[in-house]
Ligand binder design. Structure first.
Ligand SMILES: CC(C)(COP(=O)(O)OP(=O)(O)OC[C@H]1O[C@@H](n2cnc3c(N)ncnc32)[C@H](O)[C@@H]1OP(=O)(O)O)[C@@H](O)C(=O)NCCC(=O)NCCS
Length: 154
């Protein structure tokens, strides 16, 4: 498994991967808004700013992470996903470590993200990777779904 920068032409494979890894979210009522965000067009346009990494195994893209960077030294992870067949194999942890390393090289001091309160697997994943909970925004991306704000100093 290798981790590398996103390149033009990866967007369709990344769309398929993200649609699979966010299938749990797409089952929730009112979640259709995320479809355009996970689309290949959106992935390509987001990749023009900040940092986008993919995890590749045997020519297949099995992991994706995008981070926007702010002028004041903070990065925001807008999306991270690993294909369902490849979850639990440390690929997510490796993507985080690499994006943190690249963030440090860009003189970022902190990374933050939002994770839904019901996504307990992902919350544990971030806790184990050194992120802590800063707060919660209630009824944010959907009514009844609360977003945990998590961050880590680099
Ligand atoms: C969260 C996610 C990126 C973690 O990636 P990963 O490669 O599975 O993570 P790792 O292998 O490094 O760590 C696995 C740990 O994450 C947690 N986890 C979260 N979702 C999991 C899943 N579906 N399968 C297995 N482990 C999962 C477990 O606590 C697991 O801990 P363990 O190793 O003690 O069993 C990945 O599970 C995923 O893509 N989830 C769906 C998309 C999503 O919800 N993204 C986060 C939005 S904020």
């Amino acid at each position: 498994m290798t981790i590398r920068h996103f390149k033009n032409g990866d967007e369709q494979k990344c769309e398929s991967l993200l649609m699979d890894s966010f299938s749990w979210y797409l089952k929730l009522e009112g979640s259709e808004w995320i479809l355009s965000k996970l689309s290949s067009e959106s992935i390509l346009s987001q990749s023009r700013e900040g940092l986008t990494l993919v995890a590749e195994e045997d020519g297949l893209i099995v992991g994706f992470v995008h981070m926007s960077t702010m002028d004041y030294g903070v990065g925001y992870i807008s999306v991270i996903g690993v294909s369902p067949q490849s979850q639990g194999k440390n690929i997510g942890a490796k993507l985080l470590k690499r994006i943190e390393r690249e963030g440090r090289n860009k003189k970022l001091r902190k990374i933050w993200l939002m994770v839904s309160h019901s996504n307990t697997g992902a919350i544990n994943f971030y806790l184990r990777n050194g992120y802590s909970v800063d707060g919660v925004i209630r009824d944010f991306t959907l009514e009844g779904l609360h977003e945990m704000i998590m961050s880590k100093h680099l």
